[in-house]
Design a protein around this ligand. Structure first.
Ligand SMILES: C[S@@+](CC[C@H](N)C(=O)[O-])C[C@H]1O[C@@H](n2cnc3c(N)ncnc32)[C@H](O)[C@@H]1O
Length: 239
């Protein structure tokens, strides 16, 4: 099987390698470590070298551990992930759900499905279309509506502020009361810890969006449990 890097990600990684990544006055040892550890990704270490059962996934191990804790607590019937990349994160979620003997994963990507994507009976690949396209949004809404149990959402596709704002409007309403909306890579961008050249990113989107959505609150304890997380773990209030 010819394992091909999706080109959108390939381009993003090339941009990332070209960027200068100055450590501009880290506020703490934790932040300085975060920056150094993040930069290691460009050399194929840390999140840039992680594999799950042989498939690449762009995740920090401590964030995978947080996912394990959240999924075990929430026991979602449906996990909707935007941003498939190589399918490693979808497989990870599917294996967590296997341990709970329930649930499925819908993973959405602009890139067409690849023969190398892991196959698992809990995973549905919705590929070849943007996560913000009308048809994907409509089908995601339908699937979430008919779901009998908790729905959890993971936003990990294009990390521009504009795109994440559009995804928040589509996918946040699908999160069940008490469940999680994980906005990934809120650490990137000029106003966050790493990769200032990236431009306004997921953190900016979330800060703009949260004040008008009071039923969602950031779970600070979760994000800080292992010193830092790349993501913001947002919990929806129970209804
Ligand atoms: C950060 S990667 C996903 C990483 C994956 N979740 C993991 O943990 O390994 C981002 C993915 O988003 C996809 N993408 C970019 N723009 C998109 C869009 N508008 N809609 C859906 N997917 C998009 C890219 O093709 C890429 O595979």
């Amino acid at each position: 099987v010819n394992v091909r890097e999706p080109s959108v990600v390939g381009d993003a990684i090339e941009d990332f390698k070209r960027a200068s990544h100055p450590i501009t006055n880290p506020k703490s040892v934790t932040e300085a470590f975060h920056v150094q550890e993040y930069l290691a990704g460009a050399q194929g270490r840390s999140w840039g070298g992680a594999k799950y059962f042989g498939t690449k996934l762009l995740k920090l191990p401590s964030d995978l551990w947080l996912y394990q804790e959240v999924v075990t607590e929430i026991k979602p019937s449906l996990i909707i992930e935007t941003g498939t990349f190589s399918g490693g994160s979808a497989l990870y979620f599917a294996h967590l759900l296997d341990q709970l003997s329930h649930g499925r994963v819908i993973t959405i990507d602009l890139q067409e499905i690849q023969p190398s994507y892991p196959r698992h009976h809990r995973i549905e690949y919705w590929t070849g279309m943007s996560s913000t396209s009308d048809i994907i949004a409509k089908n995601a809404r339908l699937d979430a509506e008919i779901e009998g149990g908790p729905v959890m959402v993971v936003l990990d596709s294009l990390h521009t502020m504009e795109h994440v704002l559009a995804e928040l409007d589509i996918y946040a309403p699908l999160v069940s009361g008490g469940s999680y909306l994980v906005v990934e890579d809120t650490n990137v961008g000029p106003n966050d810890a790493v990769f200032p050249e990236h431009g306004p990113g997921p953190g900016d989107a979330l800060r703009a969006w949260l004040p008008s959505h009071p039923d969602f609150r950031v779970d600070e304890a979760r994000s800080g449990k292992f010193a830092y997380s790349y993501h913001t773990w947002v919990r929806r209030r129970r209804t």
